[in-house]
Ligand binder design. Structure first.
Ligand code: AKG
Length: 280
């Protein structure tokens, strides 16, 4: 039997019912104003390596603070720090307040040596988990994330809504099925998880193995051909100097991400304005 994550682990926090009903309502209302997009993993100027194929991500996403387009390869220090993080919309007030309190909690509970200088949770990835609905009306459950590390420096905080997800820290052994599960935790509706430090952030990989189909979350979201049963926010840190407005990206990177910027601009004044800056 796997051990359950406990708060006695250093640099690991799990708090069920961490988000109040009022905060949850405000956050879900805000979410209903967003138009998440589906991204492709690769692009014209960043084609798949020989052993990979072009593919769509398993789920729609939305980023706040800065957008790490998949085809720009995500933020990955020490080498992959430039031209990967594109300025994006700021947090709405309800998330700003929540993030301020999470930052305080982390500074209180975490070992200071695991909090980099200047660290703040200025980046948020919103993941939508659920069933894809095919043109023939078939449901395809794609509510999972393969093992990976988050390379942004310092602690990462994760807030979940909807059906619970089986989150695992694993030691990678080549293929996903061979990996050894070190710790696992069901991430429940309105929970907060934070992890950082040598073991949980740097050494171990993490993954979402599956999302239960228990509740009827009935989220009002602008995601077509998809039924969302879980939403997860992961808050991370990217140094400000590595975040660029779209118009300052190299032209190859602009070319690869223009169609996403145009899609986002359809529903966002922020992205509209940032596209217009290109013309000046
Ligand atoms: O959905 C989750 O709980 C984790 C998401 C995750 O691993 C990620 O966004 O990097």
């Amino acid at each position: 039997m796997q051990k359950r994550l406990q708060s006695q682990y250093q640099n690991l926090i799990y708090q069920p019912s961490s988000i109040s009903r009022q905060q949850k309502t405000q956050i879900l209302n805000y979410l209903s104003t967003l138009h998440p997009i589906w991204e492709m993993r690769y692009s014209k100027n960043n084609p798949p390596p020989a052993d990979q194929q072009q593919r769509r991500l398993l789920r729609p996403v939305y980023w706040l603070g800065n957008w790490q387009f998949a085809c720009l390869n995500y933020y990955h220090p020490p080498k992959g720090i430039y031209h990967r993080c594109v300025s994006a919309e700021p947090y709405p007030e309800v998330l700003r307040t929540l993030v301020d309190s999470i930052e305080r909690l982390i500074k209180e509970k975490f070992d200071p040596k695991d909090i980099p200088r200047g660290w703040k949770l200025n980046t948020c990835l919103i993941n939508f988990y659920g069933d894809q609905i095919t043109p023939e009306g078939r449901r395809v459950d794609c509510a999972r994330v393969g093992e990976h590390k988050d390379f942004e420096p310092g602690p990462v905080a994760s807030v979940s809504f909807g059906d619970r997800a089986l989150f695992q820290f694993v030691e990678s052994r080549g293929t996903q099925s061979q990996s050894h599960v070190v710790l696992q935790q069901w991430l429940e509706d309105s929970s907060l998880q934070v992890f950082g430090g040598e073991k949980f952030k740097k050494k171990l990989f993490h993954r979402v193995q599956r999302v239960e189909k228990k509740g009827t979350p009935n989220f009002a979201l602008n995601v077509s051909d998809f039924e969302t049963r879980r939403i997860n926010f992961t808050f991370r840190y990217v140094p400000d100097e590595h975040i660029l407005p779209f118009y300052k990206l190299p032209t190859d990177n602009q070319e690869d991400t223009l169609e996403y910027m145009e899609k986002l601009a359809l529903h966002s004044d922020f992205f509209k304005k940032h596209l217009q800056l290109l013309k000046f």
